[in-house]
Write a protein that binds this ligand. Structure first.
Ligand SMILES: Cc1cc2nc3c(=O)[nH]c(=O)nc-3n(C[C@H](O)[C@H](O)[C@H](O)COP(=O)(O)OP(=O)(O)OC[C@H]3O[C@@H](n4cnc5c(N)ncnc54)[C@H](O)[C@@H]3O)c2cc1C
Length: 416
């Protein structure tokens, strides 16, 4: 079957690879000059199969109020008279109940666990290297209150059968020896040892090359203008260069997905939530993290990627803008230098990206009301983590095969 995948981020490229492997004739279209040049470019590098939860959680509305007034705030809100923003925020708040949280988390964990298997399979079959490590995520608590409130996460991990360890200060230092310099700042930690780390940009580029070897064509520098739909069936896409025909189209445009779907009457509740990262060359490996340390106070992830440290975080709700605020940079610098002092941050590169967030945290994967039109988007905070399983699912759904995990509640129909 002729399939067009829209978007060459991690989600589009993994989808294209799986579709080509299943024997389809695949073309990927992207406005950029290569793979992973938007949100998949410099994310925090966590492949967090265990540390995987929706942001909409009980207690978050109260915490959000406090965060808004912190100097190094994890949340920045720039409200506008934008119906998409306001209705997304209202839906996000309505997901902050215990019941919704449990449902949303179990969906994310199901997909993350499937992604763990899919990523291991991809590594084995392609031999791709991407500064990967398999050493776990350490959620680091600086206060007793943080440690105590992690009890609900511990309960959820235990219920879902995800391996974890609660560590005291010495345990944290044993896991991340560079923390010995700041041991007095640490109260304890929660380790999810099965989590992995890796460079999403390197992985996407390497997998795009493997996909090309399977016959996938990449139309870069091509802006998608509209979907070509006739009599309730997708016929292809209209770009700034040409009309391209296909029997199936997979939308993997990250934060931009809803803009293309709106004219067709498909209301996809995905909104851009901006995050920032710093990439710092390592000058003294004994002072750098070994894996991911998640600084709970600022909600910032500090990850070892080969000979670099990636520091990523913050949630800024300000619409479709990629500008780089210096105050955000200082928050990232503050977190990393406070926990891992001694690095040279003057050589760091600063970046921002738009997380394609759904209000319930779970991506949207599956068919639409238009025959042949599929969605694989809305991966939000954990698109790198959940991409490989999502791609395998979309490969099965487009090909009309029974998916290996239940995917019915991942489709857009869950929003009614
Ligand atoms: C600061 C930060 C830290 C993060 N940390 C992590 C992490 O540690 N672990 C994790 O799992 N996830 C993390 N994420 C989330 C993850 O990066 C995203 O979920 C993921 O990259 C989304 O991938 P995507 O392919 O859906 O979107 P994108 O990578 O944005 O790809 C979409 C593509 O569509 C193209 N496009 C859009 N519109 C058009 C158009 N009209 N015409 C042509 N092309 C178009 C774009 O050029 C782009 O290449 C983080 C995100 C941020 C911002």
């Amino acid at each position: 079957m002729k399939v067009i995948v829209l978007g060459a981020g991690i989600v589009g490229v993994t989808s294209a690879y799986q579709l080509a492997k299943a024997g389809h004739d695949v073309t990927v279209v992207d406005r950029q000059s290569g793979p992973a040049l938007e949100t998949s470019f410099a994310n925090a590098g966590e492949v967090s199969f265990g540390y995987c939860s929706p942001w909409a959680a009980p207690g978050i509305p109260m915490k959000a109020m406090k965060w808004l007034f912190m100097k190094h705030a994890p949340l920045i809100l720039r409200p506008k008279l934008d119906m998409a923003m306001l209705s997304w925020m209202a839906r996000m708040l309505s997901n902050c109940t215990s019941e919704r949280y449990a449902i949303n988390k179990s969906r994310m964990l199901r997909l993350a666990d499937y992604s763990r298997i899919a990523l291991a399979d991809l590594r084995a079959e392609t031999g791709i290297a991407y500064d990967e490590r398999m050493q776990g995520t350490l959620q680091l608590f600086r206060t007793q209150q943080q440690l105590e409130s992690s009890a609900k996460d511990v309960k959820a991990l235990a219920a879902d059968g995800i391996p974890y360890e609660v560590l005291d200060r010495d345990g944290c230092v044993r896991f991340e020896p560079a923390l010995r310099h700041v041991r007095d700042k640490i109260v304890g930690g929660l380790l999810t040892p099965k989590d992995e780390t890796g460079d999403c940009f390197k992985f996407t580029n390497a997998l795009a090359a493997k996909a090309a070897a399977l016959g996938v064509r990449f139309a870069y520098g091509t802006t998608i203008k509209a979907l070509d739909v006739e009599a309730g069936r997708v016929r292809g896409v209209i770009t700034d260069r040409e009309r391209m025909s296909a029997e199936a189209v997979v939308v993997a445009l990250g934060s931009y997905s809803p803009l293309l779907l709106k004219p067709l009457g498909i209301r996809l509740p995905v909104y851009p939530v901006k995050g920032y990262s710093l990439t710092i060359p390592i000058t003294d490996a004994s002072r750098a993290p070994e894996s991911t340390v998640m600084d709970e106070t600022y909600k910032i992830a500090i990850t070892r990627l080969g000979d670099r440290i990636r520091v990523g975080g913050m949630a800024e709700i300000s619409g479709y803008t990629n500008d780089l605020g210096l105050a955000r940079r200082s928050t990232l610098e503050h977190s990393v230098t406070d926990l891992f002092p001694g690095g040279d941050i003057s050589k760091a590169s600063f970046w921002s990206g738009l997380r394609p967030m759904t209000p319930d945290g779970t991506p949207v994967i599956g068919p639409t009301k238009i025959a042949g039109l599929f969605l694989n988007t809305g991966h939000g905070t954990l698109g790198w983590t959940m991409s490989t399983g999502s791609a395998r699912l979309i490969g099965d759904l487009v090909g009309g095969r029974q998916p290996e995990i239940d995917a019915r509640d991942l489709a857009i129909s869950r929003y009614g």
